[in-house]
Design a protein around this ligand. Structure first.
Ligand SMILES: NC(=O)c1ccc[n+]([C@@H]2O[C@H](COP(=O)([O-])OP(=O)(O)OC[C@H]3O[C@@H](n4cnc5c(N)ncnc54)[C@H](OP(=O)(O)O)[C@@H]3O)[C@@H](O)[C@H]2O)c1
Length: 428
């Protein structure tokens, strides 16, 4: 039987996973249930909007992992019911929010977390949500001494913490970083001709809403960044729509990473440091592929502008994504054969060089890699971000709505991720 206790009598758990019945939330629960060095001493609970679904999920995970989860606290909370959200938050030291799309469901959860003085992490990759939270809640979060940290998953830890990693290893002045991202299925696996849905429909929904957010972002950024950063020379230029790097073709990556890294660097600039300029690209398999992708993106962009067509696209993920996103999510076989590699090419100067008079004379390449970006790296990222808040707050800023780079640059997060298979290496 699961534990049901009245809120007033309960002490705070280390972690509560909200949205635990969803595809990503359940993977976080599975990881915690399997246990291991970092997880065995933790107290944790699960939360969602349906008691019945939560009980079933806990029973399923217990069966899958062979672990007794009868002591796990179950909390019912709905994003439409502020009281339930506050009661849930009041029972956690850190809330892991896996309930998305965040632009629809995230804000009341952030508000409740700040109210209850509970730290908050999530796996959002939605700039509109993240930047709105920073604009509206940063002051309140700082005042309450609460951390609100988004993009702790594959969006955007490899790039945001990757730039931090290069900065830590760099002796001298780092001027710019160009990131080259790649995700791929093991070659042997592709030959079996299995189904290749790689992501769940929750991410599809967030992505489609992301298309329709573009115009709102322009005005939001004017408010969020009223003071522009000075331009540093040499200025990093965005490369063309298609360019070659190490024999492969790359296109500009349209995800959240560039903006997350920008927020990290913007903050450090106003703390008196030289910011790192950043661009990010994604590997494309062929010219034809790029062309088809561009046509599909333009089509989805148009469809996402009006609610009727947007809902149609959201309700039929498999059809509109050519099978990449499905309502039942990818199989274990697929996600365990999916890999990622992110190469960050840093350019700048050796230590002691006059950066105004000397051309850049130093290059360093960092590689961030691993298996299962969507549900392996993402789960590790968000769990270890939460653990870092629990254990290393003394190395973090005092609170606020922060990026991972701003929050964790002085902690051991990179080391912890590396130990768990989310590799960070200097390769050149
Ligand atoms: N950064 C990354 O790389 C990364 C990777 C994976 C996922 N994500 C993001 O994570 C989010 C979740 O994705 P997913 O695939 O796990 O989605 P999902 O399977 O649809 O799960 C969504 C969860 O939210 C819950 N929920 C929905 N409305 C709610 C409400 N009103 N009150 C309380 N709970 C509610 C659902 O509960 P029910 O079960 O009761 O419906 C479910 O638990 C998405 O935004 C996705 O983009 C990011």
């Amino acid at each position: 039987m699961v534990e049901h206790v009245s809120v007033e009598t309960m002490s705070r758990l280390d972690l509560v996973i909200f949205g635990a019945t969803g595809f990503t939330g359940k993977k976080v629960v599975e990881k915690l249930a399997r246990g291991g060095e970092s997880y065995d001493t933790l107290s944790w609970g699960v939360a969602g909007r349906s008691q019945r679904k939560l009980e079933k999920m806990v029973a399923d995970v217990s069966k899958l992992t062979g672990k007794d989860l009868s002591h796990i606290r179950i909390l019912v909370a709905d994003t439409g019911d502020n009281k339930s959200l506050k009661q849930m938050c009041a029972q956690a030291k850190v809330l892991i929010n896996c309930c998305g799309p965040y632009r629809l469901y995230g804000e009341p959860v952030v508000r409740a977390a700040i109210d209850a003085k509970t730290h908050y992490v999530d796996v959002s990759g939605e700039p509109l949500f993240m930047e709105t939270m920073q604009l509206v809640y940063d002051g309140q979060a700082r005042e309450a001494g609460v951390y609100v940290i988004s993009a702790c998953g594959f969006d955007s830890i490899p790039n945001d913490m990757g730039v931090v990693f290069l900065q830590q290893k760099w002796e001298g002045t780092l001027n710019s970083v160009e990131s080259y991202m790649e995700t791929y299925l093991s070659p042997d696996f592709k030959n079996k001709g299995s189904k290749t849905s790689v992501l769940n429909s929750g991410t599809w929904e967030s992505l489609i809403y992301g298309f329709s957010d573009q115009l709102k972002l322009l005005s939001l950024r004017k408010q969020l960044f009223p003071e522009k950063m000075l331009k540093f020379e040499p200025e990093l230029q965005l490369r063309g729509p298609l360019h070659k790097h190490n024999k492969d073709w790359y296109v500009p990556f349209l995800g959240a990473d560039k903006f997350v890294v920008y927020r990290t660097q913007h903050r450090s600039y106003f703390d008196g440091e030289r910011p790192v300029q950043f661009e990010v690209y994604y590997k494309t398999r062929s010219l034809l592929n790029t062309l088809l992708f561009a046509i599909a993106a333009a089509f989805l962009f148009v469809m996402s502008m009006v609610s009727i067509t947007r809902n149609l696209v959201i309700n039929y993920p498999s059809f509109f994504s050519a099978g990449m996103f499905t309502k039942e999510g990818p199989s274990e076989e697929v996600i365990n054969n999916c890999h990622f590699r992110v190469e960050l090419v840093g350019k700048g100067w050796e230590k002691g060089v006059d950066t105004k008079r000397t051309p850049m004379n130093k290059t360093m390449v960092a590689r961030i890699s691993g298996v299962n970006p969507g549900y392996g790296a993402t789960v590790l990222g968000v769990l270890h971000s939460a653990l870092t808040i629990l254990w290393e707050q003394h190395k973090m800023p005092k609170g606020g709505v922060l990026t991972t780079g701003a929050a964790f640059s002085n902690t051991t997060l990179i080391e912890q991720l590396h130990k768990n298979g989310f590799k960070f290496e200097i390769v050149k």
